[in-house]
Every structure is written in structure tokens, then in C-alpha cells.
Design a protein around this ligand. Structure first.
Ligand SMILES: Nc1ncnc2c1ncn2[C@@H]1O[C@H](COP(=O)(O)OP(=O)(O)OP(=O)(O)O)[C@@H](O)[C@H]1O
Length: 365
């Protein structure tokens, strides 16, 4: 089952050209620079904009064909825009009840469940004007989901929030996604956000799809803009091996040759975990340092060295390091790269300063 899209539309200088099949489970992130067409794509899926002669089919149901175009209301979708668009004359409870009375189907979460998942139970009797930005967004998400949509569309839902509210929202969205049985399309230009939330990623540029695939593969592709972003890094899979309660550490296995030690997490042995290793937190040594406070030093092979061609990043190189099946990224200075005479295919050691756990167990160092 998938969301089939064939969308071609001209708007002055801008043209949208998308032909793809998206998964109908998990979170799919739509990522790209400003003006790349992310919102336009979402609006076409919702039926708020219509690409002439386009095609939209969700899980076998035709939403747009040459002959039929379903109205947004007939598509059974939930939408959360950047601005929450709540009814100011109703309290939080009134906003939620309004949506619940208009639900598309009986199957789906109750008001109580959504309030619990989104941590808004204590806000039910508040006026909308008395909510913080983050609270407003959480209420807007609950309202969209109380209609029991078969697809949730979110357009930059974290825009305008300060760092701690953003962090709180990411954790809440991770939990929400585990409870929901419906797919989510999530527009964002922040790789940090995407790396923590998405399963599948769509990368857009100038109205075109430049890449699509699972987050782990795309995060370390040097031909894509993700690897050049300031917060670039590798998303990797690991399995919990065991805990060291004396030092409050946990050991994770990446593969038969590579292990990582991180601050103790509350996962169980054998559990699959997703980690993020920022490129700026990886340095390279030719030999395994014997006396270093850095715990995670992994043998690996240089897969690719890429040099930025234009300032200000021309002082830096991006190196893709292979750990058997998975990859790390390292941002180091061009001077260090020359000094160590690093070359493709060379066996080196990656020293990893920080490993962030990107699922529900918080951050580990
Ligand atoms: N109603 C409209 N009429 C004409 N052009 C439009 C309209 N809406 C968007 N555009 C243009 O279409 C292009 C894509 O816009 P869109 O909002 O989809 O991009 P985006 O990737 O979501 O950007 P951002 O990250 O800034 O929100 C832009 O060049 C924009 O100016």
C-alpha cells in the first residue's frame, strides 16, 4: 500500500514535478530549502491545490484522477499548519470537541488518549489566547487527530518555538508516532528534526525530487545537501549489548567488529536503537590512541573524501568512513587531512566525542 503521486504544476517561474510512491506507514519527512515546493506538494496531496492532470492515490483509493478530484474534506486527512489556526472563541476542550464531533470514522484515539500523549490534559479549560506557542501546536495536533484521519500532514510544526520547546515537541512527536496507526507526512527544513523523527525521507530542490529513501542511507550520501548542512551527521542502527551499572554506561553493538559505549540508557539487551553521530564530533587518527578520554574509537576505512569548493567551508573536508555495512561522517580541516595524508581506502580510527540516542530514551554522551 502506498501514496502514489504524479504531480506536475507551473506557477510562474516555479514548477513542481513529482512522480513517486510513498510508504503509508511511519513518518515520511519532506525536506528541502525554502521555496523548493514542500508546502505546495503537501497542499496538492491535501487537495487544497490541484496539479492539472495529476494523480493522487492513497492506499488504493483515488483522490485525484483525470476524471475525479476529491475535495480536501472527502480525503479523510488531518492537517497541521505552521500557525495553529485554533478557534479563539472556544477553550481548548471546545476546540477538541469540535473536531471529535466531525470525525471521519469511529476508529481512532479518544480525547483523553490524545490529551495524554500530547501532554495537554491540564490545558483543557484554558482559553486559546492563554496558551504558549508549544501548547498551541500540541492542541492543534490533537485537534487534527481527533477527526481520525487516515493520513496526517504536518507543515513545519516546530517553526517559531524556542530550543527547549522544540526539544519537548520532538520527544512528544516520537511518542505520538508510536501510538498512531496512520502515516505522517512531515515537512521540515531541519535535518536535526528529521534525523530524530523520520523513517523515510524525500529531498526536494526547485520543485523536483532529488533523492528519496531511508534516513540511514540518505544521511551519509555525500552527493546530497544533507551531508553539507551545519548539523550534518550519520544516523546509524545499533543493538543494545549490555549495561555497566558501576559506571552507569551501556554498550551498543553496531556490527561484529564495532561497539559503542554511551551513558546508560533504559533499553534492554538486544533492543534495536537509532543513533546520531554528528560529523563535527568525529575526528580521525592513523593509530588507535592508547591514552585518550574518548571512549569510542572505532577502526574504519575511508570511503570518500569530499572537499568543499567555495568559501567559507573550503577550509573543511567531509570524510565518509565505512564501518562494514554502515557509515559515519567526519568534518575535519583540510589542513589536518593534508597533514595526515588521508586517502580513499585507507584504514584509520574514528574518534567519536558524542553519540546521541535518537529514540525515546533521551540523549547520551
Ligand atoms: N499561491 C501561489 N502562487 C504563486 N506562486 C506560489 C504560490 N504559493 C507558492 N508559490 C511559489 O511556489 C514555490 C514553492 O513554494 P512552497 O511554499 O511550496 O515552498 P517551500 O519549500 O514550502 O518553502 P518554505 O520552506 O519557505 O515554506 C515558491 O517559489 C513560491 O514562491
Amino acid at each position: 500500500m502506498s501514496l502514489l503521486l504524479s504531480l506536475h504544476m507551473e506557477r510562474g517561474e516555479f514548477s513542481l514535478n513529482i512522480d513517486t510512491a510513498l510508504p503509508t506507514s511511519g513518518i515520511t519527512a519532506i525536506c528541502g530549502p525554502s521555496g523548493s515546493g514542500k508546502t505546495t506538494l503537501l497542499r496538492c496531496i491535501a487537495g487544497l491545490d490541484i496539479a492539472p492532470n495529476g494523480m493522487v492515490q492513497f492506499a488504493g483509493d483515488d483522490w485525484q484522477t483525470e476524471r475525479t478530484i476529491l475535495k480536501p474534506e472527502q480525503r479523510g486527512i488531518g492537517i497541521v499548519f505552521q500557525d495553529a489556526q485554533l478557534f479563539p472563541h472556544l477553550k481548548v476542550r471546545g476546540n477538541l470537541e469540535y473536531a471529535f464531533k466531525r470525525r471521519f470514522s469511529e476508529a481512532g484515539p479518544s480525547i483523553e488518549e490524545l490529551c495524554d500523549w500530547l501532554e495537554i490534559t491540564q490545558l483543557l479549560d484554558r482559553a486559546i489566547d492563554n496558551l504558549s506557542g508549544g501548547e498551541r501546536k500540541r492542541v492543534a495536533i490533537a485537534r487534527a487527530l481527533l477527526r481520525h484521519p487516515q493520513l496526517l500532514l504536518m507543515d513545519e510544526p516546530l517553526t517559531g518555538l524556542h530550543d527547549s520547546a522544540r526539544e519537548q515537541m520532538v520527544v512528544i512527536l516520537q511518542r505520538l508516532a508510536r501510538h498512531l496507526a496512520i502515516p505522517i507526512l512531515y515537512v521540515s527544513h531541519s535535518f536535526h528534526e528529521i534525523s530524530r523523527l523520520a523513517d523515510h525521507v524525500l529531498l526536494m530542490e526547485s520543485g523536483q525530487l532529488i533523492a528519496e529513501g531511508d534516513l540511514i542511507t540518505l544521511s551519509t550520501r555525500l552527493d546530497l545537501p544533507l551531508s553539507k548542512q551545519q548539523g550534518a551527521g550519520a544516523v546509524i542502527n545499533a543493538q543494545l549489548h549490555g549495561h555497566d551499572p558501576e559506571y552507569q554506561l551501556s554498550t551498543l553493538t553496531i556490527d561484529t567488529q564495532h561497539q559503542l559505549t554511551i551513558k546508560q540508557v533504559s533499553a534492554e539487551s538486544g533492543q534495536q536503537l537509532r543513533l546520531f553521530v554528528a560529523a563535527r564530533d568525529v575526528s580521525i587518527a592513523l593509530e588507535a590512541p592508547q591514552q585518550s578520554s574518548i571512549m569510542n574509537i572505532l577502526p574504519c576505512k575511508i570511503d570518500t573524501i569530499e572537499q568543499a569548493t567555495s568559501p567559507p567551508s573550503s577550509a573543511q573536508v567531509t570524510i565518509r568512513l565505512q564501518l562494514n555495512e554502515q557509515y559515519l561522517l567526519a568534518h575535519i580541516t583540510r589542513k589536518s587531512c593534508d597533514r595526515l595524508q588521508l586517502q580513499q581506502g585507507q584504514h584509520v580510527f574514528a574518534q567519536i566525542k558524542t553519540v546521541a540516542l535518537i529514540n525515546e530514551y533521551g540523549t547520551a554522551t
